[in-house]
Design a protein around this ligand. Structure first.
Ligand code: SME
Length: 146
């Protein structure tokens, strides 16, 4: 899949929530074997669920809790090949068996949001796919060059 296609679809939309909504819809449509994809957004000391595709999800995740809260605490991408082996994993959808959470930093290096992707398959996310998802997550920011 070409990241340029997603970039072109987002076009000159400059609203970050609209961009998040279409990024999650695009990824849900084009990535096989995923059951949830979307954003968690930093609001004070919790993550709030943002635009997503998939089943209803928990709306508040504190720092350090679950995969999302741990990625926030560490400020690093976490790939979980088997959710049953991740202590404290929050199972919003019991079908989820592997997961990737990618922090999205603003221009000051502060975490502003995360991209979270879940799969019902074990070990679903390859290094190459995580790289693609990382590029997709950065498209939340409108750079104004379109
Ligand atoms: N599994 C995540 C919670 C969010 S849902 O996957 C949508 C976690 O453990 O933080």
């Amino acid at each position: 899949m070409d990241i340029k296609l997603l970039d072109a679809i987002l076009g000159d939309e400059d609203d970050i929530i609209s961009r998040m909504a279409n990024i999650s819809a695009f990824l849900y449509e084009h990535i096989s074997d995923i059951n949830w994809v979307g954003f968690y957004i930093v609001r004070g000391d919790v993550l709030k669920v943002g635009p997503f595709q998939g089943k209803v999800a928990c709306s508040n995740i504190p720092k350090g809790k679950g995969v999302c809260g741990t990625a926030w605490e560490r400020l690093e991408t976490i790939v979980v090949p088997d959710t049953h082996q991740f202590e404290g994993h929050i199972a919003c959808d019991a079908a989820s068996r592997s997961e990737v959470v990618i922090p999205i930093l603003d221009e000051n290096g502060e975490m502003f949001a995360e991209l979270d992707v879940d799969s019902p398959l074990l070990d679903r996310f390859s290094e190459k796919e995580v790289e693609f998802l990382t590029q997709a997550s950065k498209l939340v920011f409108y750079k104004g060059e379109n």
